[in-house]
Write a protein that binds this ligand. Structure first.
Ligand SMILES: O=P(O)(O)OP(=O)(O)OP(=O)(O)OC[C@H]1O[C@@H](n2cnc3c(O)ncnc32)[C@H](O)[C@@H]1O
Ligand SMILES: [Mg+2]
Length: 200
């Protein structure tokens, strides 16, 4: 299987679509957005990142008759038993307000008196699924570990980026230039695995 030509990026999240576009750019691929094809946003009924990524990729590939790449991702907080995890988008509510979602996490951490970095460990997970119109599908998962800071810092990235500081970094994902985030992100790790799997 080759990564070339037209590929549907099966996501309705602008931030993700931008990052996936950056990752695909060196391959000369023309990303076709789910929005431009009027693809519906399927309900994420699975219980894992990989399951939801596959569900979204398969639905888009079938509807578009083109290969489709879907991303299911999220932030897991150790002290919260891995929440919000696969519910990361849902914690932002119908208005997709991540200030609310970040506040909610911070409130829960404070209720647990989790103020030290070691008590504020968190990780991002990204599952990328590449589906073909004939139903074949491969999925790869990447993670990046770090701690949650407060208050949020930076206007780059999207979602929970302003509160996430990766291990070894002194700035948040929200403060990083895109290239710096791509050097270490969960999404870039999953993407590298996907690319490796396509090598002859
Ligand atoms: O399902 P699609 O249409 O792709 O878009 P979505 O926003 O609903 O995406 P998910 O269901 O995968 O939910 C993941 C949420 O986790 C957050 N997230 C994922 N990757 C992130 C990243 O790199 N930086 C910050 N937040 C991220 C982000 O806010 C997403 O809304
Ligand atoms: Mg979603």
């Amino acid at each position: 299987m080759k990564l070339s030509g037209r590929l549907v990026v099966a996501s309705h999240n602008e931030g993700k679509v931008r990052e996936i576009g950056d990752l695909l750019a060196p391959f000369g691929i023309t990303p076709v957005s789910a929005g431009s094809l009027n693809l519906p946003e399927p309900e994420e009924t699975e219980t894992t990142f990989a399951g939801n990524a596959e569900l979204k990729a398969r639905a888009a590939a079938l509807a578009a008759g083109l290969p489709a790449l879907a991303d299911d991702s999220g932030l897991s907080v150790e002290a919260l038993g891995g929440d919000p995890g696969i519910y990361s988008a849902r914690w932002a509510g119908p208005g997709k307000d991540f200030a609310v979602a970040m506040d909610r996490i911070e409130t829960l951490l404070r209720e647990k008196a989790a103020l030290l970095p070691a008590q504020r460990r968190a990780w991002f997970t990204c599952a990328l699924a590449l589906a073909q119109p004939d139903g074949r599908c491969t999925t790869f998962v990447g993670e990046v570990h770090g701690t949650l800071v407060w208050p949020p810092r930076g206007r780059n990235g999207f979602g929970y980026d302003p509160v996430f500081q990766a291990e070894g970094a002194e700035i948040t994902f929200g403060e990083m230039e895109p290239a710096a985030k791509h050097a270490i992100s969960h999404r870039a790790i999953a993407f590298r695995q996907l690319v490796d799997s396509l090598k002859d």
